[in-house]
Every structure is written in C-alpha cells, then in structure tokens.
Ligand binder design. Structure first.
Ligand SMILES: Cc1ncc(COP(=O)(O)O)c(C=O)c1O
Length: 419
C-alpha cells in the first residue's frame, strides 16, 4: 500500500500531532502526568455551570433537539448564530458588517487550513506565494497545514529584555522577508506560544503593509477579544476590509464543539463557505446553539471580562511568582504575559537543545512543548529557537506548581553538570 504525496504529507508525524498524542496518552494513562503542554483551556466552574444549564434547556426542548442533532446547517453556518454575531460586532465594536462578512468553520484550525491554502502556494501564473508570519515564535498549529511544503516566511524577532527577568519580542519591521511573493500576513493576538499582545501601532503598520501589497492581514483572535478575552492589557479590535478576523469558541471553554468564526470581505467568506461544503458538508450545530443566547444577552461578553480574564490573569501571576522563586540563580527569562494561557521561558545558552529537555521532562512526568516547533518559516538555524519552552498554566494550581518545580530542578542540573 502506498500513500499519495498528499497522503504522505498529511499523515507524517508533526509537532502538533506529537502534542495531541502526548495529550491523549496523558489523559488515558494511569501514571499521573503533569500536563503543562496542551492548549486545553481550564475547567472554570462558572463557565461549566452556564454551559450545563444551557445543555439542560436544549435537551428538554424537542424542537431544539431536532435542530441540534437532526439537521444539516448550511455551509456558511447556523443562521441565527451568524445574525447574532453580526449584531454583536455592530453594537459592541461599531463594525459595519453584514451576514455576508461572516462564516462559521469547524474550529478555527480548519479556517487556517482553508485561508493559508487560499492565499499561498501555487498560482495560475506559475508563481508561488507564502504566508508572512511577522512575529515568530507563532502558533504550532499553523506549521503543517500547507498543501505544499515551505508555505511560511518569517524574520527573526527583536528581543527586548527587562531587569525583572522578563522579555518581549517585537515585530522586526526592518528585517521582514518581504522581497519574495507574499499571499497574506498572519499573526495570533494574544500570541500562542508567548502571551505577547502585539501593539495597536504594530497592527496599523502591518495593515499598511498588507494594504500596499493588496493582500489580507489575518488576525487570529483565538485568545483575544471579545471571547474568550484572555487579554491582560488594552488592545483595539478594529475592522478593515483588508483584515480577516478569526475567532474561536474553544478557549471560552468549548474546545469540544469545534466552532470557529471568520469575519472578512464577502469574497473570502464565500470561498470558505464553498470549501466548508466540500470538506465538511455542514458544520456542527452544538456550538451555535449553546453560544447564540449568550451572545444575544451580553453574557458572553460579561463572562469573558468578569470571569475568564481574571481567572487566567490570577493564574498567570501565580505561575510567574513560582517560576521566579524556583528558577532563582539560573539564567532565564519569561516572556511578558499579556494574554493567552501559556508562559514562554527562555534559557540563554541552555546546555542541551530544548527538544532534549522536553524528552527529559517527559521522563519525569512533566509535559511541556519544546520551543523549536514555534518558528515556522524562519530561515537558517537560530540557537534561540532551541532555548525555549512553552508551559501552559491553565491546569489546576497544584499541577502548575509541581510541574514548574520539576522543570527548574531539571534545568538547574543541566547548568551544573558537564554534558
Ligand atoms: C492561536 C491559536 N489559533 C487557533 C487555534 C485553533 O483552535 P480551534 O481549532 O480549537 O478553534 C488554537 C488552538 O490552540 C490556537 O492556540
């Protein structure tokens, strides 16, 4: 049996594949694994209670049960959900959008598969275009979605360090590899893995670049406003016809319902609608049926601001405090935590590559992610990319504390003993 080129490409071991397998084993296994690797959002009791109540209402209503499980929704998505989203973004953000600007996707991961392959790869004139990632490290899940190899290009970020052992990456505007054909620019904001929130001024500059080139600027709001709103600093959420905004219900607490949303120019949403039809036939109904009333009543916004954001902000502060205590005396930096659910650690001159540190920590029952996965499109080997770890702080406090303690113990030993 031989797989096609597509088959080989999409069935090989990838960074995200390894992560999902580790996650599955950790959940299924008998030994306790300290799971600081995954992107699973936390189980927040107040959010779970709201969802459970809504599920009870749905299950008790025969009409709703029919809508939920016995109907195919159209490939643009659930109509009431799309209308609610349009009204919401008009009212809350003043966006002049219509329902034609909105399309539902089967999780936002599938939106990136469609968008990246829509704007990058081979073109009719024989040219090849790439997706520019203006700031790496960037989301691991982008790396392998290209139907063709080599879909991304990126420059080395600028690094600013601070006396309190924090640091921040900045978009390297003067060194972006823009001399080659670019089909779109994409960034996550807040950024997975670093928790960076790229400034409004940098977004404006990227939008200018996109407008000059007549290509879209894709903004991945998976952790951002308005839901889940895991954002610890002010940031604007602006509309422009040049911007493709991607949203997800996952980090609100609904990764299991696989619901994403793209808001963009109608030409783009129409293309995605058609691709939805081909790839999925129809989309899942549960996400829209759970979430639409929360959007309409303002609860989604309130829960984001009053429950989800403070929950993660407090967890982030706690985890950073533990890190500073446990890592005292070691040469390390933690990226400024401005949003999302991860801390990004940098160990300058780490004696072994972070890939090996990942393996050693896995042996000790701690799952993190090695930083080298997060630099898609970067040319040449950059030592820095093998000196970082992504650590999730979404799990219960005991797990986060113990996991960080073991990470610090392992790293301390590395600096002590000859390799
Ligand atoms: C930055 C970012 N974008 C997109 C996704 C995909 O999320 P989903 O497919 O669950 O909507 C994730 C998931 O972790 C993410 O971290």
């Amino acid at each position: 049996m031989e797989f096609s080129a597509f088959g080989k490409r999409f069935s090989r071991i990838t960074g995200i594949g390894q992560l999902m397998e580790d996650l599955g084993e950790a959940i299924a296994g008998t030994r306790e694994i300290l799971m600081l690797g995954g992107g699973n959002p936390a189980y927040i009791p107040e959010i779970l209670a709201v969802l459970q109540e809504r599920m009870r209402q749905l299950a008790a209503d025969p009409v709703m049960v029919r809508q939920l499980v016995a109907n195919y929704d159209p490939p643009r998505g659930n109509r009431k959900f799309i209308h609610a989203l349009r009204d919401f973004f008009r009212q809350e953000y003043g966006w002049p959008i219509e329902t034609e600007n909105i399309v539902q996707t089967s999780g936002s991961q599938s939106a990136f598969f469609m968008l990246f392959n829509l704007f990058a790869g081979a073109f009719d004139d024989g040219s090849r275009r790439k997706i520019l990632l203006p700031l790496v490290p960037e989301y691991i899940g982008y790396t392998d979605v290209g139907l063709q190899e080599d879909l991304f290009t990126a420059g080395r970020p600028e690094i600013e360090t601070f006396p309190d052992r924090s640091f921040k990456y900045h978009v390297p505007f003067h060194q972006l590899p823009v001399e080659q054909p670019i089909g779109a620019i994409c960034l996550s904001r807040p950024t997975n893995p670093t928790g960076n929130v790229i400034s409004d001024a940098s977004i404006r500059q990227l939008l200018e670049l996109a407008t000059t080139r007549q290509i879209p600027l894709i903004i991945d709001n998976a952790y951002g406003q308005p839901f889940p709103n895991i954002l610890f600093r002010e940031a604007r959420l602006d509309w422009s016809e040049q911007i493709i905004h991607c949203f997800s219900l996952s980090k609100f607490g609904l990764p299991g319902v696989r619901t994403g949303v793209v808001i963009a120019d109608p030409t783009i949403t129409k293309a995605i609608t058609r691709m939805n039809g081909i790839l999925n036939l129809a989309l899942g109904n549960l996400g829209p049926l759970l979430f639409t009333p929360l959007l309409n009543s303002g609860e989604a916004l309130r829960l984001g601001r009053e429950v989800i954001m403070p929950y993660y902000r407090d967890k982030s502060r706690m985890a950073i405090e533990v890190l500073h205590r446990e890592l005292a005396g070691i040469d390390y930096y933690v990226h400024k935590s401005e949003g999302a659910i991860f801390l990004w650690l940098w160990f300058p001159n780490l004696p072994i590559p972070s890939e090996e540190l990942y393996q050693r920590l896995k042996q000790r029952g701690v799952l993190v992610i090695s930083g080298h996965h997060f630099f898609p499109g970067l040319q040449g080997d950059w030592r820095h990319s093998h000196e970082c770890l992504r650590v999730s702080y979404a799990m219960e406090e005991r797990v986060v504390r113990e996991g960080i303690r073991i990470i610090a113990e392992e790293v301390r030993q590395l600096y002590r003993r000859p390799q």
